[in-house]
Design a protein around this ligand. Structure first.
Ligand SMILES: [Zn+2]
Length: 263
């Protein structure tokens, strides 16, 4: 992993992806928004002004050499639904048209883009079929196996073999900070059976802490993905870099993540 610094921005990249993939998980640094969104907020529904969100998105895309009008994003709803993006869909002024939590494409003209503040960003690349994917997985998307559904969708749409797919799990709330209630614990147990013991940590206090990183690795491995890089960065531990919905008690921005095939 490497943090790249350019034009005041600081973003994370993964060594698992070769240079033919443009990708980034942006920190909150280098934007124009004031507190509580300071500063590179790309979330359009968190109270920040549209003109600032637009500028922040422009800066993010510019930093990696992509045009903002190559964007395809979705209205993220904690589902396991996957959208195939055949062409750019630059509706960043409005709520996106599609409700989904994963997007895939094999068109180099499309930049897949999503927004995060504790949920897990997952980036996917199939070097053989030349296709990419992006996933948004909080606890609900994780128990619904959104990442696994995305692998299936890549297989159906592009003929991807799961063992060819390279995956990166980005910064999200870590098991140290992610205390969950009985309702979530029950659903984790239901979804993962006896593997749930590995995903629910008890060493932080009386309540269980859910390990989103390990859970999504398990989801990907069960879908046949073998090559996975995990950032292991907790959003709540590093407030200078990441927005954390939980650590900032809901009053915060969203950091962006994107992936595209280099043109
Ligand atoms: Zn933490």
């Amino acid at each position: 992993m490497e943090f790249i610094h350019t034009g005041g921005l600081r973003y994370l990249t993964f060594d698992i992806f070769p240079s033919e993939v443009v990708h980034a998980v942006f920190t909150r640094q280098g934007g124009v928004s004031p507190e509580p969104w300071q500063s590179l907020n790309v979330g359009g529904t968190v109270g920040d002004e549209r003109s600032r969100v637009r500028e922040n998105r422009y800066r993010s895309f510019h930093a990696v050499g992509r045009q903002v009008n190559s964007l395809f994003d979705v209205w993220q709803v904690h589902s396991a639904d996957v959208v195939l993006a055949n062409a750019p869909h630059p509706r960043y002024e409005n709520p996106p048209e599609f409700k989904a939590d994963a997007i895939i494409t094999d068109n180099p003209a499309v930049t897949l883009f999503m927004r995060f503040a504790d949920c897990t960003p997952i980036l996917l690349y199939d070097p053989r079929k030349r296709a990419v994917g992006i996933v948004h997985a909080g606890w609900l998307g994780t128990v619904r196996r959104a990442a696994g559904e995305t692998v299936k969708a890549m297989r159906a749409a592009f003929g991807s073999k799961p063992s060819d797919i390279l995956a990166a799990i980005g910064p999200s709330i870590g098991p140290d900070h992610y205390e969950v209630g009985n309702d979530v614990e029950t659903q984790v147990r239901y979804a993962f059976g006896k593997e749930a013991e590995l995903l629910l940590h008890r060493n932080h206090g009386p309540k269980a802490h859910f390990d989103l990183w390990m859970a999504n690795q398990l989801v990907l491995r069960q879908a046949g993905v073998e090559q996975i890089q995990v950032a292991g960065l907790c959003t709540a531990c590093h407030p200078a870099d990441w927005y954390s919905h939980r650590a900032q008690k809901g009053k915060t921005g969203r950091f962006g993540a994107l992936i595209a095939l280099r043109q």
